[in-house]
Design a protein around this ligand. Structure first.
Ligand code: KIV
Ligand code: ZN
Length: 393
């Protein structure tokens, strides 16, 4: 076993690809300044690996990877490269200043990719893997290999490709669901199969890289972890090609909240999740949907009276984790037309007023009228209602 494979049986590495796969998505590209800001947020999160870009993609991206490699200490800094010498050399140059560095090489292996895109036979692909993974490994101790579109690759060929990559010196084997096509049962079976059938499988860390085309990227990544994957590739706010990548905040909080089920840990400082999510929204000018799991405005907000009553009595009635644990200031009780008297009374008290039951009943009648006419009743509205100002003046 390599030392990285040995690190800890139950530690799942978080490989963040916000700055590579994430920024490849239309509307999310970032310049060097924006990437640096985001890379610092990823360092604060304590991710294991930052995939900082694709050095061969453009001079600007190579410069961004280099800047991150120079300035951001802690995580391993990685650049993507196609399985070609010029790409690998560009990646090596870009990550050179980093204390801890990784090259991530990939080549398509499914019939569609071999025939329609690469025009390469299986033998030609195997030869390239052997030659170019070795080329990368000669210059860098930490080499990740990805058979692109692994999910739609014939299993026997996939084993041959993985074996060739291990023999040539790959230290992490990433198995991408490039088009978000798989299901939790299928990927569990695939990872179990590869770990059982690839020669020297115990020399490498297996990694999952799931896309969200069918909305299953997080579920599929978690299934891969249950089958022995010890690295998950993910992106803040789930950004990435098309429908995106596995969302970092969702997979990390699933592993943390359901530790009883998964039995593994990550080294993420979960209290930095919300700040990182906000930073990404700011630097890419893409707002976070209200209902986004973990980081959306509604993730810890309650408007319905029955829920508010429960949460005010014991927040575990409707919250499986604390807002503070992901770095949000607190949960919130939103006053609207679905809210009940308990929530209104609590807000009135929180605003420093004392009202008796009869007065509360009167205010509640006016509150409902106002709530019907507006989306959200604000604290200023509540103060006006307590002061006796009705909607009609
Ligand atoms: O989705 C994918 O296959 C990729 C590879 C480059 C790892 O992003
Ligand atoms: Zn991808």
């Amino acid at each position: 076993m390599t030392s990285s494979a040995n690190k800890s049986v139950d530690h799942v590495r978080i490989f963040d690809t916000t700055l590579r796969d994430g920024e490849q998505a239309p509307g999310f590209s970032m310049d060097t300044g924006a990437k640096l800001v985001m890379a610092r947020a990823l360092r604060d999160l304590n991710v294991d690996v930052i995939e900082a870009g694709f050095a061969a993609a453009s001079p600007g991206d190579a410069a961004a990877v280099s800047a991150i490699a120079r300035e951001v200490e802690g995580p391993i800094i990685c650049s993507l490269a196609r399985l070609t010498e010029p790409d690998i050399d560009a990646a090596l140059r870009a990550i050179e200043p980093a204390r801890r560095k990784r090259v991530h090489v990939f080549i398509g292996t499914s019939p569609l990719h071999r025939e329609a895109k690469l025009k390469l036979t299986k033998e030609e692909i195997l030869a390239r893997v052997a030659r170019l993974v070795a080329h990368a490994r000669a210059a860098c101790e930490d080499v990740e290999f990805s058979p692109e579109d692994a999910i739609r690759t014939e299993r026997e060929f996939l084993v041959e490709v993985c074996a060739a990559a291990i023999e040539a010196g790959a230290t992490t084997l990433n198995i991408p669901d490039t088009v978000g096509y798989t299901t939790p049962e299928e990927i569990y079976d695939l990872f179990s199969f590869l770990r059982a059938n690839t020669p020297d499988a115990d020399k490498v860390v297996f990694s999952a890289h799931c896309h969200d085309d069918l909305g299953m990227a997080v579920a599929n990544s978690l299934a891969a972890v249950r089958a022995g994957a010890r690295q998950v590739e993910c992106a803040v706010n789930g950004i990435g090609e098309r429908a995106g990548n596995c969302s970092l905040e969702e997979v990390v909080m699933a592993l943390a909240t359901r530790r009883d089920h998964f039995g593994v840990t990550t080294q993420i400082d979960t209290t930095k999740i919300y700040p990182a999510s906000q930073t990404l929204a700011r630097v890419t000018h893409n707002p976070i949907p209200r209902n986004k799991a973990i980081v959306g405005k509604n993730a810890f907000a309650h408007e319905a009276g029955i829920h508010q009553h429960g949460v005010l009595a014991n927040k575990r009635t409707y919250e499986i984790m604390d807002a503070e644990s992901v770095g949000m200031p607190s949960n919130s009780i939103v006053l609207g037309k679905h809210s009940g008297k308990h929530a209104l009374a609590a807000r009135i008290r929180a605003l420093g007023f004392e009202v008796g039951d009869n007065r509360l009943n009167e205010i509640f009648v006016e509150f409902k009228k106002l709530a019907d006419a507006t989306r959200e009743v604000t604290d200023a509205d509540v103060v006006r209602l307590v002061a006796g100002e009705t909607r009609d003046g």
